[in-house]
Design a protein around this ligand. Structure first.
Ligand code: RIB
Ligand code: CA
Length: 314
């Protein structure tokens, strides 16, 4: 039996972030969550830090350390997404306020200390929100970049365009300067863009199989998904909403579910029209360095089967 993969989950919960965290919690043989770091994104930091702890307590994981991180992007004003996630960021189920405390200390210092404290190349950073904490950690401690095993992130879009503007996906749009720092850092990146996540719709039959588990985490997850999907169904006229963030954890568990290629990715940080756009050189028309493995296709049924099977183990 191989050792579980050590990860830090950097997140802005968010119902889809919750699904990713539940997937990690349901995979304890393969994944060891060293800590959860929260960042301002879908909702302000106070709420993402609340929501991260609510999710831990929902899964009886009060042992997991939760650290609060950046409350604003590196240089821009925070843009949030209550229109998608509701005013708490975790609308849907009626869950109790958290009783577990936040860890003392800043998330950025936890990221730095963990990467310095663990053997080189053994910690994976799993980012589900804006990249502010990661960029700040790389700026404060450049020595940690080479110690990261892999950075698997949900963010960006290319063939699919954007979701917060025609050109930009939300996580990148909120803090494009942070994304630019991370994509230029030289860390091994796996990118899960909208091109993948828009193929993962929370169709009724898929949600019904999660509901049939009948456990408190599954019931709460279904109520989160039923709230979360309403915005995208209205916007895209789709059969369910795209389930973005669990792709990051699913990649660690079953990378064969995904197909993509090594590409150069650069971030637009100046044009107000396209700021936050991930410019992916998918066809290799430049000689720019291939700095990310960009995913484009996914086995959607296999993805939801994995989610359901692992949710059952929580
Ligand atoms: O654009 C989708 C991403 O933005 C997801 O991570 C969602 O939770 C929000 O953070
Ligand atoms: Ca998120």
């Amino acid at each position: 039996m191989t050792e579980p993969r050590k990860i830090i989950i950097d997140t802005d919960p968010g119902q889809d972030d919750a699904a990713a965290i539940l997937l990690a919690f349901g995979s304890r043989d393969e994944i060891e969550v060293l800590g959860i770091t929260t960042v301002a994104g879908n909702v302000p930091l106070r709420l993402t830090s609340r929501n991260g702890r609510i999710i831990c307590e929902l899964c009886n994981r009060r042992d997991v350390k939760v650290f609060a991180g950046a409350d604003a992007p590196i240089k821009r004003k925070l843009v949030t997404a209550e229109h998608v996630h509701g005013k708490t960021g975790l609308d849907g189920p009626d869950l109790p306020e958290p009783t577990m405390e936040l860890q003392p200390g800043h998330a950025v210092d936890f990221i730095i200390d963990t990467l310095r404290g663990q053997p080189e190349g053994t910690v994976t950073l799993c980012t589900l929100g804006p990249l502010t904490n990661i960029a700040l950690a790389f700026q404060k401690a450049p020595d940690i970049v080479g110690r990261v095993r892999e950075l698997v992130m949900m963010g960006g879009g290319f063939f699919e365009g954007g979701n917060i503007t025609p050109a930009a996906e939300f996580n990148i749009y909120v803090d494009p300067e942070a994304a630019d720092i991370v994509f230029r850092a030289g860390v091994p990146i796996v990118m899960m863009p909208l091109d993948v996540t828009h193929k993962l719709l929370t169709r009724k039959d898929r949600v019904a199989r999660i509901a049939a588990l009948g456990t408190p985490p599954a019931k709460a997850m279904v109520e989160m998904l039923e709230f979360f999907e309403r915005f995208d169904i209205e916007k895209y006229g789709s059969d369910g909403g795209p389930l973005h963030d669990p792709t990051v954890i699913a990649y660690l568990l079953k990378p064969e579910l995904f197909k993509g290629r090594d590409c150069n990715v650069e971030i637009e940080v100046t044009s107000e029209l396209t700021v936050g756009m991930t410019v992916v050189d998918w066809w290799g028309v430049t000689d720019r360095k291939q700095n990310a493995k960009v995913m484009r296709d996914v086995d959607a049924d296999g993805f939801f089967a994995l989610l359901t099977e692992r949710f059952a183990r929580i």
